[in-house]
Design a binder for this molecule. Sequence first.
Ligand code: SF4
Ligand code: SF4
Length: 388
Amino acid sequence: MNNKKPIDEKTGFDLSDEFSRFDQRNEIYCRSEWDPEIQSKKATEFFDGHYMPKARARKADGFGQRDYALRNATWHVTNVLRDLRRESDDRKEGFFDTFTAHEEGWPEPYVFESEADATQNLRRAAKTMGAGMLGVCEYDERWMYSARFSEKTKESKPLDIPEDLPRVIVIGEPMDLGLTATVPSALSGSATGMGYTHDTVVLLTLTQYIRNLGYRAVASMNDSALAIPLAVQAGFGEVGRHSLLITEEYGPRLRLGKIFTDMPLVISEPKRFGVKEFCDICQRCSSACPPKAITRGAPSREAYSVSNLNGVKKWTTWAEKCFRFWAGQNSDCSICIRVCPYNRDFSKWGNRLWMKLAGTPLRRIMLQLDVWFFERNRQSSKVWWLKR
Ligand code: SF4
Ligand code: SF4
């Protein structure tokens, strides 16, 4: 495989000869199913806690029964679709396997006037379905998992996505700003749960629409491929120090989905707006991360474990430290999202102006303004419940 591609000039991705595709079996959640180094009573309780009878509801703010009740409810629709063929066919759809809940489409492809016409049509449809963001990139085998994970055998199993689908549609669903402000809490996990649910609904609906037009389309959420590099190539934004995508529309609060397709579409242009340069001078996520899982150093090729991607120069997060913290508090964490200066409401002109200036040599002043004037402390969950 050629590790370098012309698009890297635009995205800034820097792959060495050591690069190899990622096997999903090594992803930290999969490792919690087979690797004694990750398995623990707390890890089991963390996953079980997503179902009410086993939620570890307690007195601490944000970890009460109603907080878990909402968090677990926000996952419900995603879980139902995830489990349709879990027992019968070893398919954990949306997480280890692609979605298959589709009806037969139209036998012949609808003829658009041009790729631009088709893309405009797709964007219109996606907006109606509630998609927060949409971009298109070329299929790139570098970001495809080398294999899937089988929940039944705990071993790898082959990818089943046809290699002759030349384009990837990436969609992004924003996560709620107010819920994110209450992290750490079980309540804040509702932002993640609703992000997944919106993602699932838009992915399945948009994929069915493309099939109904007569094109081939395969809907994929966390399975099959690394979503962040595809999203960067599809023009969503840049990757920050916390290893998360940062966009001009929603900052770091985004859940991603992708559709592999042969629908003729215009390829989006990668977008850079100064995130790399800003993260070079900012340490807010690395300072705030309780288990110190986020590097304070410069981007490097150092991989901490099998759960990191090999041979790509980037900021790498220590997945084991991060996951153990999640398991310990019995809920996912997004403190690194809460404290990130890009975590703002960009529908407000003042925040858009801040972002513009953060991408210029005034970035140090913009960082200081965020430290001085932007409220980034944890918000009380009780207060969140009182809001109208
Ligand atoms: S999610 Fe929490 S523990 Fe993980 S890297 Fe972010 S701040 Fe650290
Ligand atoms: S908190 Fe600062 S360093 Fe971390 S991702 Fe956000 S801007 Fe970059």
